[in-house]
Design a binder for this molecule. Sequence first.
Ligand code: PHB
Length: 390
Amino acid sequence: MKRSILAALGLATGLALPAAAEDIKVGLLLPFSGVYASLGGEIETGFNLGLADFATDAGVTFEIVREDTEVSPPVGLAKTRKLILQDEVDVLVGIVSSGVLGAVRDFVDGAGVPLIVANAGNDEATGVACSPYITRMSFSNGQVNRPMGTWMAEQGIGKVFTLAPDYAAGRQMIEAFAETYTAAGGEIVGQEYTPFQKTQDFGPYLAQASASGADAVFVFYAGGEAIAFVKQYDSFGLNETLPLYGSGFLTSPLYVNAQGEAAEGVITALHYAPTIESDANQAFVAAYVAETGRVPSEFAVQGYDAARALVEAVQSGATDRDSLANALRQVNFDGPRGALRIDPATNNVIQPIYVYETVAGENGLTQRVIAQLPAEADPVNGCVMAPVSN
Ligand code: PHB
């Protein structure tokens, strides 16, 4: 590590760089199979595009070792150990599931290897279990959902039924939503958690929601579960009677066209929509479309920004894993989603949140941004940020 990052520094100060032996080794930890496989592929595409855009002048090359975490905490931990102990990577990037992030946290922290989280929103990883080696460029589960609780209550929606998969992310997203929604006067009239990666038939839960007296349903689902849920909600006839809201992963541009008409009219909140009107976003969307033929999703932008953060941290003069971890915490740029910075109190990204409705567009479904809610830092949630120690 020392050699490779010093080499990058050398180039930054005008010294010639030895070639390939001075690569920075990146361990890319993503689900390439299971219910979140498409998310992993999209983050990888965004990450590679980010390296192509930002690393050309960095004077260093990045060697990538990719590992499939599946959507399994023990598999994710085994792959993390392999990347650190056997491949001796300089830095880790990725992790989609909050459960996997929870499982690898202690090993990563103990090994002193910087980890750039490119999805998993696990609040504890930037709260009570925060680490100077873990920096999140994606979102936290609380951050995405707190503003939506207040916003929905302000829209006059008085009673809500909630649903989410039964694991850390599902529970944290719903708890954050419920906290601000009830504080603003809303009432939660029912709440169910569905067995994660096992629920194929949402019918019994939809029947409960329908009978609950709610004015609306608020959910978190992502990936394959989001596709099944939105389609079943519509075929149950609920779209006509009970408006569907959620965190925006529900209707991600990555799979919204697989949901088809069933997704029309669903209103969600998220840190990114490809229709955000800014020069930085329009340039990113054009580059992503040119590369893949598809508009980018939140997962793509998270991979892209993770690559940019890594390159900027290396360019800022990091000389070893500890200084790379410190440099990652100081990353700060205007990207496709707006102005981003890392909160030094928690190492979580601070960014605006957008409320968007899924609507029919010229080339399939698209996102109509209804509101931009201000960027807020998460509460520290018990984080006491230790200094890097190795
Ligand atoms: C998570 O487990 O933290 C998670 C997974 C998929 C998402 C969002 C959060 O789309």
